[in-house]
Design a protein around this ligand. Structure first.
Ligand SMILES: NCc1[nH]cc(CCC(=O)O)c1CC(=O)O
Length: 304
């Protein structure tokens, strides 16, 4: 086989994840040459506006997808939580790697937990999902935007711009920064982004040879869980643009899914939970989404 080219973003976390995929591919296919093709995306370059304002999650993928269409790359590595619920036509995700830590992390030098923050504390997170859950716990703290990669956000915390920030445990662990985690924010009380902690590999859907190579890295248990989470998110996307969080767990052949939608403005949260056989994971996701809407997620949207 020729050399496999992996398109990747250039942030330290993106490069770690792509090197990880490259190493797993070399193990799975001895003799296969794998190289990275690092590139910049609009989501990385435009840092002065919120992601929602410049076009959403898809911005991290577009340049990588164009490289695959031009034949400059065979596949691209993503954090699955940054991949839109509807993939661009012509692309597929043949590999979802075994999930790392899915939890969010509370990061602060001075304060051990969100409850220990002083009144009015400044907490850096641009994620409306994290802002809503923070305000539910501590209505008095001020969530403030912080864009940029993980290292940039930590540098802003260290410079005193914030009293604390919230990041994904998985990103900190991959970068060797696990010591920065003061407290894990665990499910079901605090829920992460759908598919947080899972790495996915994308390729063109007409490239059966590449898809077969990548499929060697696919982890069935992770896929079953993230498909339930993403089905829930997809079902809500049509009806509301509010922060969504979800986490599914597999026990035997049963998937249990916790979901919530929230308001970043006032910290109201609506929660739902359900469980079903793994085969019915997408219907489970849709059912939990329906329960969230029935429990008030629709009214929450109307009041925003
Ligand atoms: N939004 C950026 C992003 N995308 C994926 C991760 C973490 C790694 C993962 O979820 O697999 C992060 C950083 C963060 O949220 O702290």
């Amino acid at each position: 086989m020729k050399t496999l080219h992996i398109a990747t973003r250039k942030s330290p976390l993106a490069l770690w994840q792509s090197e990880h995929v490259a190493a797993r591919l070399r193990e799975a296919h001895p003799g296969l040459e794998v190289v990275l093709v690092p590139m910049s995306t609009r989501g990385d370059e435009v840092l002065d506006r919120s992601l929602a304002a410049i076009g959403g999650k898809g911005l991290f993928l577009k340049e990588l997808e164009s490289a695959m269409q031009r034949g400059e790359a065979d596949c691209a590595v993503h954090s699955l939580k940054d991949v839109p619920m509807a993939l661009e036509p012509g692309f597929a995700l043949p590999a979802i790697l075994v999930r790392a830590d899915s939890a969010d992390a509370f990061v602060s030098a001075a304060h051990a937990t969100p409850m220990a923050l002083p009144p009015g504390a400044r907490v850096g997170t641009s994620s409306l999902r994290r802002q809503a859950q923070l305000r539910a716990l501590r209505p008095d703290v001020q969530p403030l935007d912080v864009r940029g990669n993980v290292n940039t956000r930590l540098a802003k915390l260290d410079a005193g711009d914030y009293d604390a920030i919230v990041l994904a445990c998985a990103g900190l662990q991959r970068l060797g920064l696990e010591r920065r985690i003061r407290m894990r924010l665990d499910a079901p009380d605090w829920l992460p982004a759908p598919a947080q902690g899972a790495i996915a590999v994308e390729c063109r859907d007409d490239d059966a040879g590449i898809a077969a190579l990548l499929a060697a890295l696919d982890d069935r248990d992770t896929r079953l869980c993230v498909e339930a989470e993403r089905a829930m998110n997809r079902a809500l996307d049509g009806s509301c643009h509010v922060p969504v969080a979800a986490l599914a767990r597999l026990e035997g052949e049963r998937v249990t899914l916790h979901g919530l939608v929230g308001s970043a403005a006032d910290g109201r949260l609506v929660r739902a939970c359900g469980s079903d056989m793994a085969d019915a994971r997408e219907r489970l996701g849709e059912r939990v989404a329906g329960d969230l809407l029935a429990a008030g997620a629709d009214r929450l949207l109307a009041s925003i």
